[in-house]
Design a protein around this ligand. Sequence first.
Ligand code: HEM
Length: 535
Amino acid sequence: MASQNSYSSLNSIVVNKFNEIAQKDDIPWRSGIVVLVGTLYVLSALREYVTGTKVPLVGRASVFEPLFISNFRFLNNAQKIVGDGYAKFKNRTFKYNRADGEILVLPARYVNDLRNVPRSTADQTRAQLHNFMGHQLNLEVIIRNKLYFRVLQEKVTPNLNNLTAPMQDELNYAMANDKEFPMSEDEWMPVKPSHMILDVVARISARIFVGLPMCRNKQWLEISIKFTESIFLYAITMRLLPFGLHKFLSLINPNAWKAASYVRQAKQLLVPEVERRGQKIQAGEEKGSDHQNILSWMIEIGKEDETSPSDLAHLEVILSMVSIHALETNVVQTLYDLGAHPEYIQPLREEILQVIKENGPWMQWKKTAFVKLRLLDSLMKESQRLNPPNILAYHRMMRKDLKLSDGTVLRSGSHTCMAINSIQNDPENTSDPEVFDGYRYYTMRKRENEEHLHQFATTDPKSLHFGHGIYACPGRFFASLEIKIILIRLIMDYDFKFPEGQGRPENLTAYEYIFPNPEGVLLMKRRKAGERLQL
Ligand code: HEM
């Protein structure tokens, strides 16, 4: 008992002494740190308040709310946050905050103000680079070398007539060799379309991006798919983390290492190929269909300071990044919509058979034959309207102050975009926006003088999925053709439906991006030989 007493009194002496020291010390360092951090936080919030653009803020309670909380909220709820912002401030600019700065969401009435503004004032590439944190990933080549843009406008789009056959040929090759395509005519086979279509899209695109035989090189195909995934995962994670730490974090983020490794591998593969082709082109030995691909065209039309083999390899990887997953998303979303609305399948088959009657077998079709598929085009556009890859687009980074038609000035350094999903699905712009109507744009094109409008690849101030104006997506006509080529064969060669009791798989979202569910399953059965597309 005595020893227990002395133990507890000793104990209380130690505890009291400790408290005394702690209390004494608390003022100079512990509380000091708390006060310092708090002051810095309040000062930075005040700085943000004072220097930020004076427009309503969405998705964040105020500038005092920690950014990581609002970033996380935007990661999970961007559709609702932007949708609510549009509903509340429809004709005004509002903004949301990202770890790397504020993004201004402009109202639709500024579409025409921006459509012809040159890059030197409002730069769309710099804005995209900002979105993907390209400065941290060594992607600035697209700022100084615009050859990728010119080759799409000057060579790919005008030559689409010559590109149909190689694209169809590559699809036929993929379908004959890819084990994911079901072969049974009697049994329904479960297929995850995302994976299957990604592979097909990568192959067809590679045929036009790098040509034969490189387009069948397994390493190139893997690079073209995986590079995008590493960039995307990098951007997603980094957007959550404080911008001040990005420089350091970029050194230890495994997705940055992967992205760098894919670029290195691409250069190892393509640099010798560029050198070889350059010599052949100079000697006039590479002609005809050998030559109809982006790599050869870049060598042909590029200026001396644009065509270093290393730059061309780098641009090829970046082209794959901006195109392959966007194409896959569109094809899979349309397939899911056809699964959910099977009533369109028969009219689509009849439309395809009619074009075969008029233009001959599918493999002989030129671009003009594909243009006749108005229902297919309309259905693709409707699918994109309801399941867009992105709810924000028309991004611009201001490089100078820009005065808009109503006197509003967009300050140099500001990053702007538009809530394209909300604009398009505003009942003022699209009637019954919640209804899936595959004939919507088909019917609109029957109106007087609107025959050439409302197509998948056309843009207008209410339909901005490819942007609008002089910098609208230069790959959109190619995209439309590739998506049609794939869908035609699938529609003609397969019956498909969702498994019993299952409907359209829910989309996945991350920030402003929307993806078809990669785990979604379709049941597919090959149609009898006589019903399939005659190649
Ligand atoms: C359905 C698929 C696609 C969608 C939804 C899409 C969408 C877009 C959008 C919204 C832009 C920005 C336009 C602007 O802000 O004004 C863009 C730019 C671009 N797209 Fe596409 N695109 C698709 C397919 C493709 C394909 C297949 C290619 C290449 C063959 C391509 C190449 C490009 C390029 C090179 C740019 C310009 C990038 C820059 O300079 O920053 N796109 N695209």
